[in-house]
Design a protein around this ligand. Sequence first.
Ligand SMILES: Cc1ncc(COP(=O)(O)O)c(C=O)c1O
Length: 404
Amino acid sequence: MEIRADAGWRERALAVMPVGSSTNSKAPALLPEEPEVIVRGLGARVWDDRGREFIDYRCALGPITLGHADPRVDAAIRDQLRDGILFGHPHPLETTTAELFCSLVPGAEAARFLKTGGEALAAVIRIARAHTGRDRVVQIGYNGWLNSLAAGARVLPGATSASVPGVPAGLAALHHAVGWGDDEALDALFRAHGSEIALILVAADYPSVPSSAGFYRRLRERADAHGALLAYDEMVTGFRVALGGMSEASGVVPDLAVFGKGVANGMPLAVYCGRRDVLGVLDRGEVVVTSTYGGETLSLAAATTTMTIMRDERIPERLHERGAQLQNGLNDAFADAGAPFRLEGHPTCPQFVGEQEPIDGFLRAAFSHGLSLYRVVYVNAAHTAEDVAETIRRARSALAEVGR
Ligand SMILES: Cc1ncc(COP(=O)(O)O)c(C=O)c1O
């Protein structure tokens, strides 16, 4: 592919990289208003290659919970870096980070580390199959690319796929995608295959988070009645909706869970955790899950510092308060402008709900006014009340521009 001498980053990226980004949801779709690349972040703000500054509500699509370049987390990474990154034996941080994590998360009797949500979810599925001796898996919600195995599953947070090219039909037939809150579909599945279902794996539907406790209770009851396990995908909800994610927020504790984005303020770390007896398939060597980089110390140092700050400074409550200011202020602005969309869900991760074209039009205008938004809106602890007030003022200007 021929690249023009004056090609921008998007064009260059597409020439050398499928999708033009290693993360589908980060590839800019609303150019030229949207930044092609981000080169720097500090606290609640990011800058693109053209020097444009944005108040950032993408927060790396969730992981940045304390703020970009948080000095305490960065110091922990630098301190560890002086002693080395990765060794041929476990580092003490692997144990102490697991101890801290398990002290914070309900139901986490033991925990172990990987790098991404996708692989940790694959581990949980394998562990559940081995523990129960069953093959079928029910998937509710988005579980990252590795687990969009069932026809009809979420392939991205906002999209489903009727077929799953690249997944052998025999494997796809064992994965059942069920929509959020669809009790009828679940009942039908359990009637047909109750004794073969190893696991119900559920990722919260963001707009439904505030009213989700009843559904989680019914999932727990169904799993228990049929001898299946229940696992939560807490990649987004963990350390954001509450320290202990949906299990703390709903009061319904799963058998297994996967955390990631909120744990290490942007460093790559995923945690799979849960009942010690279920994870016993690993201790006994019946299931092998192992990765060279699981115990990588820079991420563990970042995680220990992040989790300690989150606990000691009650960060989820701060995110809740700031997120509510933002969600309410933006929804008032949308209503005043007669916009056919609003933000629904938990204040720490509300989602745009409404007509897609007007939403995109607003997002474009928002980028032009120095606001970086995504379909799920993430606050971090560095957003001040004044940042949010400024955001609402800019959003009103953007809406007025779209209206014209
Ligand atoms: C709910 C949920 N589960 C799983 C994943 C996959 O995690 P990763 O991208 O680290 O593989 C994501 C990523 O966006 C997610 O939002």
